[in-house]
Design a protein around this ligand. Structure first.
Ligand SMILES: C[S@@+](CC[C@H](N)C(=O)[O-])C[C@H]1O[C@@H](n2cnc3c(N)ncnc32)[C@H](O)[C@@H]1O
Length: 267
């Protein structure tokens, strides 16, 4: 199995707990559901749902009798999601589905919405995944995707040369590091209509992306042959910059929304 896939399937308990915390929904995530008519939907898919925080927010806003199908490659995430849903009384509204083959386990033309946040950089083929989303979407249904573009990441004052050297070694952990900018073209090729692209830069001077993202990337880089000493120094310099109030991280998020067209009959 490719590393970009296996590192999501095998997650130790400490990393699992960190992800559970770091993926939590905050009001800053509201852009993800803007302009969606969630109260009118019968079925929404959260593909690559992780511990389910986005699935819970969809379920809370969807009407009586609706369902969210939350899919992930990691079974422990699904168990965490199920627990969070029970804690919030949402267990009847969310179906947790383990997926292993980049397929959405629901029939054709059955979803009003497919939401996919920070996942497409890890699937085997973005184009095939978008075709699969098109299969399950009702005509007129909405696909919303959000991804970072790793090659546009800014980490100052460490500088772009040092960052790109480290990221180069970590790239085996992401199939497509430029997935952010590639979403638009993929949605076009797959045949979605009314495609809308927006960018939401995350600007971090408080260092929350050090824990959330860069620590993981340093680990992936070391797994990929980056020298452990360099990794240690990179992390130490991030912390020093933070202490000196000099740290600036900018993570550009791309959000692309498309509409499933009417399907023509093959008969
Ligand atoms: C960065 S996390 C994002 C989690 C969640 N979407 C969020 O933003 O809170 C990526 C998620 O995608 C899942 N994932 C990775 N590859 C996948 C695949 N091929 N099919 C389904 N899920 C996958 C991982 O297990 C993980 O939960």
């Amino acid at each position: 199995m490719e590393y970009y896939r296996s590192h999501w399937v095998n997650i130790d308990s400490q990393r699992l707990a960190t992800y559970d915390q770091m993926f939590q929904w905050t009001p800053k995530h509201a852009f993800l559901i803007k302009d969606l008519r969630l109260d009118e939907y019968e079925c929404a898919v959260d593909y690559g749902c992780g511990p389910g925080w986005v699935s819970l927010e969809l379920a809370k806003r969807m009407g009586e009798g609706s369902r969210v199908v939350a899919c992930d490659i990691n079974q422990e995430f699904l168990m965490l999601g199920e627990k969070h849903a029970a804690d919030q009384g949402l267990e009847d509204r969310i179906q947790w589905r383990h997926v292993t083959d980049d397929r959405v386990p629901i029939p054709d033309n059955s979803a009003d919405l497919v939401l996919c946040k920070n996942v497409l950089g890890y699937v085997d083929s973005t184009d095939e995944m978008l075709a699969e989303f098109l299969r399950v979407l009702k005509p007129g249904g909405t696909l919303r995707m959000q991804e970072i573009d790793w090659d546009l990441l800014v980490v100052e004052p460490l500088g772009s040369e040092r960052l790109s050297e480290m990221l180069q070694y970590a790239k085996h952990a992401i199939r497509d590091p430029q997935i952010g900018r590639n979403l638009f073209g993929s949605a076009k090729r797959a045949g979605y209509t009314n495609i809308n692209i927006e960018m939401f830069p995350v600007v971090d001077t408080a260092g929350f992306l050090v824990k959330l993202t860069l620590e993981n990337f340093i680990k992936y880089a070391i797994d990929g042959g980056y020298s452990p000493e360099k990794g240690k120094q990179f992390l130490a310099d991030l912390h020093t910059s933070l202490q000196n109030n000099e740290l600036l991280i900018v993570a550009p998020l791309f959000m692309v929304t498309g509409i499933a067209p009417q399907k023509t009959s093959s008969i």
